[in-house]
Design a protein around this ligand. Structure first.
Ligand SMILES: Nc1ncnc2c1ncn2[C@@H]1O[C@H](COP(=O)(O)OP(=O)(O)OP(=O)(O)O)[C@@H](O)[C@H]1O
Length: 301
């Protein structure tokens, strides 16, 4: 199923970022199949889809990730008509900041120093770390609720704290385009809302992978839906997230309702899967069949 965006800005103006016919195989496995879409400057695009659909691979292909094994990538990504794949690493790092899911440091380094590495692409060695830079790092750290962690060893942080540090490092980089692989992974709900709200408020072009369709609908201007390496829908959350698409892509029954928060937004309400059993909270000995989240009385075993 392909949902076309009706009149998204990406369709009206020339896209700022163009992904053109990206096809990727890793070894003999086809991972991305002929993916094309465009995104206007300053928009926030969510990449959604089931496990293994190719979401992380798409982000990696966009910024030219170096695979350590046999990978075959074809197609092109352009930023304002400039092919990303021909840019130098430094030029690319000035344009694009990336936060991956995996990030390991095997030596002791403070959170402040991790954040300072975000300055590297824009700095010569001699101009490194002026008082302005340090003030800027402290400001970004404060925006992400990290002030009290600045002197801590990065490896001593919890998963969610590390995640916020890595997002802060990407913001220190001051990119035009921010690629975030599951940025809300590990974050409690307060920090999910803060991080997505902050990222959205920056005015940069953002592509992120995300599993929570309601968070995606609340914060993303547009969505790309992947399934088994194919782009199956693209458009605004309202255009894309229909019960039919959710059923066919995620195999989950859901209704889609107007959101209770301001704006022309939607929320997805999932139905519980059908299964027989005793319903916790329905009273001792109460038995019934749970059907779409409703207990049908008199149909016990
Ligand atoms: N290095 C690799 N070699 C072979 N196959 C790979 C490799 N990396 C990823 N894949 C496969 O490519 C497919 C897409 O993986 P990818 O990580 O992009 O999916 P995803 O949509 O991000 O999944 P998830 O939601 O689980 O994070 C999966 O089937 C995965 O097993």
């Amino acid at each position: 199923m392909m949902v076309q965006p009706s009149a998204s800005p990406a369709g009206v103006n020339k896209p700022y970022l163009s992904v053109e016919q990206l096809t990727l195989s890793l070894g003999r496995k086809p991972v991305l199949k002929d993916i094309s879409f465009g995104l206007s400057r300053g928009r926030m695009l969510g990449i959604v889809g089931p496990n293994g659909a190719g979401k992380s691979s798409l982000l990696r292909a966009i910024y030219c990730y170096r695979y350590d094994q046999k990978a075959h990538l074809s197609g092109q990504v352009r930023i304002e008509d400039v092919p990303v794949y021909t840019m130098s690493r430094r030029d690319r790092a000035c344009k694009i900041a990336v936060v991956l899911q995996e990030f390991n440091l095997t030596f002791e380094v403070s959170v402040f120093d991790v954040l300072a590495t975000g300055l590297t692409p824009r700095k010569s060695l001699l101009s490194f770390s002026s008082e302005n830079d340090r003030a800027y790092i402290r400001k970004v750290a404060a925006d992400l609720d990290l002030t009290t962690f600045l002197e801590r060893d990065f490896s001593s942080l919890s998963g969610g704290e590390k995640q916020r540090v890595l997002i802060a490092r990407a913001l220190v980089q001051q990119p035009d385009i921010l690629l975030l692989d599951e940025p809300t992974n590990h974050l409690d709900i307060q920090h999910q809302i803060e991080v997505l709200g902050l990222v959205r408020s920056l005015g940069v072009t953002v592509l992120l992978t995300i599993h929570d369709l309601n968070m995606a609908a609340a914060y993303c201007d547009e969505l790309v839906v992947l399934s088994q390496g194919e782009l199956v829908a693209t458009g605004t959350p309202k255009e894309v997230l229909t019960p039919e698409l959710i059923q066919s892509v995620f195999q989950v029954t859901a209704s889609v309702e107007p959101a209770s928060w301001p704006g022309d937004q939607i929320q997805v309400v999932y139905s519980m899967p059908q299964h027989a059993g005793t319903v916790a909270g329905a009273g001792a000995g109460a038995e019934g069949i749970v059907e779409e989240g409703i207990v049908k009385e008199g149909r016990g075993r």
